[in-house]
Ligand binder design. Structure first.
Ligand SMILES: C[S@@+](CC[C@H](N)C(=O)[O-])C[C@H]1O[C@@H](n2cnc3c(N)ncnc32)[C@H](O)[C@@H]1O
Length: 648
């Protein structure tokens, strides 16, 4: 067995992910990174308040919110104005334990798996974001639980739900407390003195005392950070940190994992053998008939209409509102959810790689069933409850399993049957499908076509351009004869909101610090908050004076962004501003001596394949035999109405 990662219960937090093999620092966890999904402008599409155009002011429950990642961290913020990112596998299943963090997570990669918008009816029907890798932050022993960093705000914003989960700072304070406790026991600061015959109180009394400390009605993050037993408390003082003790305690034997876990690396994504399907899931090892292909814990979405995307229209007072009767698209995540024609419920499977399992109506080699064990997670009684009941359950609590219907050989693609409705919808889509016109709004991947047609191998995606800052940026004049793809925009890290005038954000100010910077409160002045579209007017070689500027700058020692490239730029920025959200006016700035590091190529929002108007959308059907009757809340009458609106 080369590598196993298992989902099993950990006593406090439901599911967890464990590694069955040791992993070296910086090495990849799992074989391939995870799939990522952009759900866009939810506030606009889901929020019950339709009188506003705001894309950031929703008041609704989107069940995947607990699994959302910060879009810029995953590299997906260019997809739309407001992007929520869901990541499967390492992005959803592991727990967060600040003293035990051992997983580092990275950005996803954009790759449309060869589904060209001009030739493939599959274009835009899959998420192009994949291979969001996770690596070991340090050497990890076999049997260890894997912990990712949700960021402290994830917990601080959910205090009621998670009973004060300790933050990194809580462990520091808890250690201080432990040291004081040790001193109380032996009268000295030296951990070496913490031996039984030097302690002023005996083991039994210490145990009672520890119980009082741990179960006291005053709950705090610091107290939660204290080890469970007084013996572990002493071990932590001797080790100088709580983490070492917690790590040792968290390791499970491989036998335990085999018995209590479910393996999540039996499949990996690769290009599917089915034309136009994109990626598929392939067996990494032999899976016997009846054997587990993969577990699929599920997030339930009670109302599938929350995946609808609406057109804009003018409201009674001339304001822009959502046009409830004009559904222009559906969120891409719909294609990855299970549903049923007689229900509004969707189920999104969030474990590693199961989202890649494609459809085959005859040659399928796997099927779904409800999990039989994992009672700590899978609520069998929910199968008898209504969809309304499920809507009130804000934590995931259902689990399916993919099981082999025949022996599956290593390297074989795994298929299930998505159901007749799906097949019919796909066949109709292929029949009707016509390539998008090159002149349409959506040109993100014109570079792909251009490359093919012209043999041009220059970097022309935003990522490629940003990653090679040795290549000079073309000026506006140069772009007239040698343009960048029109799906790209050039942006500049700049704060154009400051009253006095424009200033670069800290990213550039260490070198080009303007006098007024010191007077400005720099909070919320990070690059993610301030960027403006710009034109590059001029490019010139960086002179001797400029390099001496670098070294003479006060902050040059700790300058995170030294200028290592040859050119500086003159950049023109034109910003549209509004007063009281009504009157708009333009401000115009010319900045000189702008380094490459202050400029960023970005894809224009709403241009990637998932926005193609002719992209296929349909949920997979959960077979009648396993879809509970009590979840069938979508009456014939409702279906007729939905048909009239051409919704489903
Ligand atoms: C759950 S996803 C499967 C993974 C997907 N192929 C990918 O690359 O991410 C379902 C989507 O995959 C594609 N797909 C799955 N099976 C297919 C098939 N037999 N023929 C064509 N497309 C298929 C369709 O776009 C469908 O909406």
């Amino acid at each position: 067995m080369s590598s196993i990662s298992c989902g099993i219960n950990n006593s406090n937090a439901g599911l967890g992910m464990f590694t069955g093999v040791p992993v070296k620092e910086d090495h990849l966890l799992g074989r391939v990174g995870d799939a990522a999904f952009a759900t866009v402008d939810q506030d606009w599409h889901i929020s019950p308040a339709t009188g506003t155009l705001s894309k950031h002011s929703g008041d609704y429950h989107w069940p995947l919110t607990n699994y959302d990642w910060n879009a810029p961290d995953i590299g997906m913020d260019d997809e739309a104005e407001d992007v929520s990112v869901t990541v499967t596998g390492f992005g959803a299943a592991p727990n967060c334990h600040f003293s035990l963090l051992n997983v580092d997570e990275h950005a996803a990669t954009y790759d449309a798996a060869g589904l060209d918008r001009y030739t493939s009816p599959g274009a835009g029907a899959i998420t192009p974001w994949w291979n969001r890798t996770s690596t070991a932050l340090r050497d990890i022993a076999a049997g260890s639980e894997l912990y990712v960093d949700y960021g402290p705000s994830w917990f601080t914003s959910r205090e009621g739900h998670f009973q004060l989960v300790p933050l990194a700072s809580s462990y520091e304070k808890a250690l201080e407390f432990l040291k004081a406790y040790g001193k109380m026991l032996v009268g000295t600061d030296s951990p070496d003195d913490l031996v039984e015959d030097k302690m002023m109180i005996g083991d039994e009394v210490q145990k009672d005392l520890w119980d009082i400390i741990k179960t006291h009605s005053y709950v705090s993050r610091e107290r939660q950070a204290l080890p469970e037993t007084h013996k572990d408390g002493i071990r932590a003082i001797k080790a100088g940190d709580i983490m070492t003790v917690e790590v040792e305690n968290s390791i499970r034997s491989l036998e335990y994992l085999e018995e209590h876990g479910k393996c999540v690396d039996n499949i990996v994504p690769q290009q599917s053998t089915i034309p136009h399907a994109g990626r598929g899931a392939f067996a990494t090892r032999f899976i016997p008939k009846g054997g587990l292909v993969a577990p699929a814990p599920l997030v339930h979405i009670a109302d599938k209409s929350k995946t609808k995307m609406y057109a804009e229209t003018k409201g009674p007072t001339g304001n822009i509102i959502r046009d409830e009767e004009k559904v222009v698209h559906k969120q891409i995540i719909l294609n990855y959810c299970f549903g049923h024609p007689n229900s509004t419920l969707l189920l999104f499977p969030y474990s590693s790689n199961v989202v890649y399992i494609n459809h085959h109506s005859t040659e399928y080699n796997a099927k779904l069933r409800w999990t039989n064990d994992f009672d700590f997670y899978h609520h069998k009684d929910w199968l008898e409850k209504s969809v309304d009941f499920l809507e009130d359950q804000w934590t995931a609590g259902l689990m399916l399993e993919y099981v082999a219907t025949r022996d599956i050989q290593p390297g074989e693609e795994v298929f299930i049957d998505y159901g007749e409705e799906w097949q019919k919808a796909w066949d109709e889509h292929v029949k009707k499908w016509e390539p998008t016109s090159k002149e349409s709004d959506y040109n993100n991947l014109t570079w792909w076509t251009e490359k093919r047609e012209t043999g041009n191998s220059d970097p022309i995606t935003a990522n490629e351009l940003n990653n090679d800052q040795d290549i000079p940026i073309r000026t506006w004049a140069e772009q007239q004869t040698n343009p960048y793809p029109h799906s790209l925009r050039i942006r500049c890290y700049a704060n154009t909101n400051h009253d006095a005038t424009y200033l670069f954000t800290p990213k550039t100010t260490p070198v080009y610090r303007r006098p007024f910077d010191e007077d400005v409160d720099m909070a919320m002045d990070g690059e993610e908050y301030h960027m403006a579209d710009c034109q590059v007017r001029e490019r010139y070689e960086k002179g001797e004076d400029d390099s001496s500027d670098d070294s003479s700058d006060d902050s040059s020692d700790d300058n995170e962004y030294p200028i290592t490239h040859k050119y500086l730029y003159v950049v023109e920025i034109d910003v549209e501003k509004t007063v009281d959200d009504v009157t708009s006016f333009h401000e115009h700035y010319i900045m000189t001596d702008v380094p490459w590091s202050a400029i960023k190529f970005m894809e224009k929002p709403y241009t990637s394949d998932i926005f193609l108007k002719n992209a296929f959308r349909h949920e997979m059907k959960l077979p009648d035999e396993i879809f509970p009757k009590s979840w069938m809340n979508f009456s014939e009458e409702q279906k007729q109405k939905a048909k009239w609106y051409e919704l489903w």
